[in-house]
Design a protein around this ligand. Structure first.
Ligand SMILES: *[C@@H]1O[C@H](CO)[C@@H](O)[C@H](O)[C@H]1NC(C)=O
Ligand SMILES: *[C@@H]1O[C@H](CO)[C@@H](O)[C@H](O)[C@H]1NC(C)=O
Ligand SMILES: *[C@@H]1O[C@H](CO)[C@@H](O)[C@H](O)[C@H]1NC(C)=O
Ligand SMILES: *[C@@H]1O[C@H](CO)[C@@H](O)[C@H](O)[C@H]1NC(C)=O
Ligand SMILES: *[C@@H]1O[C@H](CO)[C@@H](O)[C@H](O)[C@H]1NC(C)=O
Ligand SMILES: *[C@@H]1O[C@H](CO)[C@@H](O)[C@H](O)[C@H]1NC(C)=O
Length: 674
């Protein structure tokens, strides 16, 4: 009995001394959303896989455990001891079968979950050429790299594992391999060819040594000996509070990068994954080049010939029937995002009135279910003028189709048919932010936490468009009705890049301002040139609108922005908060959002923050700068300006609910109402 008690207190003591902390995910089932912070292209798939990147070029996907771990013991003598830690996880890389993919996955321990300005490709979404190898980074990583030739130095081999500190120059690296049994025979393997790869990483804080063990999932157990066991002192690398997670990226070479399961612990061994609970590894692409035998070849040729004959026959019949229905120009065959009109017709039951879920500035939206896959989609039908410049138009849409972000309504594809253009989007169940804020018929009110999360989501989506995708995409029409709300109440920004397509279509010497009244930055009306900072302006209006629960221009006497400024100046900014919130909100957050809204809607474009800065403010990474005067010009001017604008609009002849039909003659095309 006494022994048991002393054992108990011993246990208590050791718990106090070495705060042990751990977690285990045998699969990702969606309930861990609150535990993980996903960034960039990463999403949790319904199959239980955590997908870090898809096969888009130059994407970054990260997933970090949201809660930081204490990974450094210090005391008054300023002596620092990095904690021991241990992790095991299973990853899978699916590369194109005909060439190697890229660029790899890294297990990362870092002081923050944000990596501002980090590049994809060799930098794996963690560094860029300016901060690579910087001592201030405090980042430890183990990389699983599938592309060779980084700087031609240590990382010269594809398919290798590297242990890195603060940058991409590995302190040690080794081709992927594992030890079999007790022998000293190494078995090499290619990480890209395996269904999945198991990894164990252990750091011993006392002996200052890191071990890395890898093995194909099919081996089913941990090899007896690590493939790498390197002396490494992390005392000056790890900090008191560190985040753990993964980062993966693509560039010219692309692969899908997945995590199947993950376990982690500080000051103790990570719990073992239960391999039978892991999700199915993603399917590999079939290797087309390996069917070598002649017999195969002959059989294959014969079946190809038969197939061609059959197809020709079929085509002739079908062609006759559908000739009038769907005629492809040659260049259209190169567009992977092109849908067949027939499929869209079937999906939406022939664009039936009952399937209509909305109509906006850009056309009518129908809900549909794709016959081939059963996926729910939203199909937007846009009437457009005849097909001049259609080729450039298609190239533009194709490039929008490669954009992927969790806070965007992803464009799945497009199709043109006669004078219509169809855009196919992910279907988002909860409707638009506009309807949730202003036209809700179930009597519920978005609470502050939901609103704050939605705003942060929009900011991340916009940051992706401005800075993180291949080329800068300016949204040009940010407003509540273009923000859709997902099943888990997160925001998805829609209709991005479309406004540019409009201009594309018009004679290029005319400029037309596309946007919605109340969200148009002042310089835009003068120069007609949309920029990332005119998007920031519209985002600022959105911040105010969502917090106050009022539209930017409610009547021609009420201008939301002026009202917020007045209240701000008289020191009672919380007066403007949406009364529907019933005073239930976090005052500090509300104040941040309102002030940021004012900063973003600054009359002078160069005073507005970038979206990168905006997200840092919203995540409390940086304090909002104190600016005493939020406005340079007199607010009276902006008021008379906006009201003049309104009058011009209401008496103007160019008002139409469809921007597309606005002709090049007008200098402004403004969407009526919302
Ligand atoms: C999802 O995963 C968590 C942690 O791995 C587990 O506790 C939970 O029971 C799972 N939920 C479902 C519905 O499988
Ligand atoms: C660091 O580790 C050494 C050796 O294990 C130990 O003597 C020392 O007390 C530790 N210091 C701190 C601050 O934990
Ligand atoms: C601080 O470090 C010294 C020297 O390693 C050790 O003797 C002492 O116990 C430590 N104090 C605490 C509070 O951990
Ligand atoms: C990379 O590391 C090697 C050895 O660790 C060193 O010789 C080389 O200078 C480093 N290169 C860079 C660019 O830091
Ligand atoms: C690392 O590997 C070495 C050699 O196999 C072994 O002696 C040591 O115990 C391992 N360390 C950890 C923390 O697993
Ligand atoms: C692993 O999971 C399977 C299926 O859920 C279960 O039957 C088995 O007991 C688990 N094994 C361990 C060691 O937890």
């Amino acid at each position: 009995m006494a022994a048991a008690t002393s054992f108990g207190s011993l246990l208590m003591l050791s718990l106090l001394v070495a705060a042990q902390a751990n977690f285990l995910f045998n699969r990702f089932n969606g309930t861990e959303k609150n535990l993980l912070s996903l960034d960039g292209a990463s999403i949790v798939e319904s199959s239980g896989l955590l997908k870090l990147t898809d096969r888009s070029k130059n994407v970054i996907g990260r997933a970090f455990y949201k809660t930081p771990f204490k990974m450094l013991e210090t005391n008054s003598t300023a002596q620092k001891n990095a904690s021991s830690f241990s992790t095991s996880f299973v990853f899978s890389i699916v590369s194109p079968s005909n060439s190697g993919g890229g660029y790899g996955i890294a297990f990362v321990i870092a002081p923050s979950t944000k990596f501002p300005g980090a590049d994809p490709g060799h930098y794996l979404g963690l560094f860029n050429k300016y901060n690579d190898e910087n001592k201030e980074n405090h980042i430890f990583l183990v990389e699983f790299d599938t592309v060779n030739g980084y700087k031609g130095e240590t990382d010269t081999q594809a398919n290798h594992i590297g242990i890195n500190v603060n940058g991409m120059n590995s302190t040690a690296s080794e081709p992927a391999a594992y030890y079999k049994g007790t022998s000293s025979n190494k078995e090499d393997f290619n990480m890209e060819n395996q269904d999945a790869v198991c990894v164990w990483i252990e750091y011993d804080g006392e002996k200052k040594r890191v071990n890395v063990t890898v093995a194909p999932l099919s081996i089913g157990e941990k090899p007896p000996k690590p493939i790498m066991s390197e002396p490494l002192n992390l005392d000056d690398i790890l900090e008191e509070s560190m985040y753990v997670g993964f980062s993966a990226s693509t560039a010219q070479k692309v692969s899908f990068h997945y995590i199947l399961g993950w376990s982690f612990a500080v000051n103790g061994p990570a719990r073992s994954l239960n391999l039978s609970e892991l999700p199915e590894p993603p399917p590999k692409e079939k290797d087309r080049s390996s069917s070598a035998s002649w017999v195969n070849f002959i059989i294959a040729s014969l079946s190809v010939i038969t197939f061609i004959l059959l197809v020709t026959l079929l085509c002739r019949t079908v062609h006759r029937r559908y000739m009038h229905f769907e005629k492809l120009e040659e260049w259209e065959l190169d567009c992977p995002h092109r849908f067949r009109y027939r499929d869209l017709h079937a999906a939406t039951k022939g664009f039936k009135e009952s399937e209509k879920i909305g109509s906006g500035g850009f056309g009518t939206v129908y809900k549909g279910v794709l016959p081939s896959t059963g996926t729910e989609v939203a199909v937007k039908r846009i009437m457009r003028s005849p097909t001049e410049g259609m080729r450039g138009f298609a190239a533009e849409i194709e490039s929008l189709g490669t954009l992927r972000h969790k806070n965007l309504v992803n464009l799945q594809g497009w199709c043109k048919q006669k004078n219509y253009l169809f855009l196919v989007y992910d279907y988002i169940p909860n409707g638009s932010l506009d309807s949730l804020l202003f036209n809700r018929n179930d009597g519920l009110v978005l609470d502050w936490e939901q609103r704050f999360n939605i705003l942060k989501g929009v900011a991340e989506g916009l940051l992706y468009l401005h800075e993180e995708c291949e080329k800068v995409v300016i949204h040009r029409d940010i407003k509540t009705s273009n923000i859709l709300i997902d099943g888990d109440m997160s925001a998805r920004l829609g209709d991005f890049g479309l406004a540019r397509l409009y201009n594309h279509d018009q004679a290029s010497h005319t400029t037309s301002v596309v946007g919605t009244i109340g969200y148009i930055a002042p310089e835009l009306t003068r120069t007609g040139k949309a920029s990332t900072s005119s998007d920031v302006y519209a985002f600022g209006v959105l911040l105010l609108e969502v917090t106050c629960g009022k539209r930017p221009i409610a009547t021609d006497q009420f201008f939301l922005m002026d009202w917020v400024i007045e209240n701000y100046r008289s020191g009672q900014i919380l007066e403007v908060v949406d009364p529907n919130l019933n005073f239930v909100y976090d005052e500090i957050e509300v104040e941040l959002v309102l002030k940021l809204g004012l900063l973003c809607t600054h009359q002078r474009a160069d005073f507005r923050p970038t979206m990168r800065q905006v997200t840092r403010y919203l995540n409390w990474d940086d304090p909002l700068p104190e600016i005493l005067d939020w406005r340079h010009s007199d607010s009276q001017i902006s008021r008379s300006f906006s009201s003049g604008f309104l009058t011009g609009y209401s008496t103007g002849s160019t008002s139409t609910s469809n921007n597309l039909s606005t002709t090049g003659k007008s200098t402004m095309s403004i969407e009526a109402g919302r």
